[in-house]
Design a protein around this ligand. Structure first.
Ligand code: ZN
Length: 211
């Protein structure tokens, strides 16, 4: 969390100028102080998720996931997509295990959770891969109070690029000799989800655990 992002994020000059202008929560008029890379941040007063876009400020519906047993000390933002990966994967000689695993994983629609806060790219790939492979059955939940969350620094378009990298990571890690890989994503609309977490050394630990 202390690291600045290593995932390349494109911003226009216009965008940087806009963030220097005074911004107010569309819901309660509180002054907002977004950091340079923030895309979605919570209003400190009413906790509404405020979405900063080039054409102005909007609010976003938020889906929360229940913590298991322990209480969360923070909430981490994810872009969540539901959809399919259409994949063409060719290998060179060897066993068919990797092909079979890939066909099993991508043969049906999946829930994709893409980490959206500032975190090192290696960590984002690890966490994203685990969430894709394990497909945890997250249940939406309404917390007693609207939660304050870590700001999101990825737009849905950035999240889709990161998801492509996550899919490449999963395929490259199979034990067979990958010769050619092409895929196309067919995704539904992005949703903004918050997962409960607690601090762990320089990182966050998700609650519920993904083990
Ligand atoms: Zn507000």
């Amino acid at each position: 969390m202390k690291n600045r992002p290593t995932f390349p994020v494109l911003r226009t000059n216009f965008w940087q100028i806009m963030k220097l202008l005074p911004l107010r929560c569309p819901q309660c008029d509180t002054w907002l102080q977004p950091q340079q890379l923030d895309v979605v941040l919570p209003c400190p007063t009413c906790k509404t998720a405020v979405y900063l876009q080039e054409n102005g400020l909007g609010t976003l519906p938020v889906t929360c996931v229940a913590p298991q047993n322990e209480s969360a000390t923070t909430w981490l933002p994810f872009w969540r997509f539901y959809g399919r990966v259409h994949m063409q994967r060719d290998t060179q000689g060897g066993g068919r295990g990797g092909q079979r695993e890939a066909a099993q994983l991508w043969g049906k629609p999946r829930h994709f959770f893409v980490p959206a806060w500032e975190l090192p790219i290696r960590r984002a790939r690890e966490m994203g891969s685990r969430l894709v492979s394990r497909q945890p059955n997250f249940q939406p939940f309404t917390p007693p109070e609207a939660p304050l969350f870590q700001p999101a620094t990825l737009t849905p378009a950035d999240a889709q690029k990161l998801l492509e990298l996550i899919i490449l990571t999963i395929e490259a890690q199979r034990s067979d000799w990958l010769k050619n890989l092409q895929f196309r994503l067919e995704l539904g609309a992005p949703e903004f989800w918050l997962l409960p977490a607690r601090p762990q050394r320089d990182d966050w630990e998700l609650l519920p655990a993904l083990a």
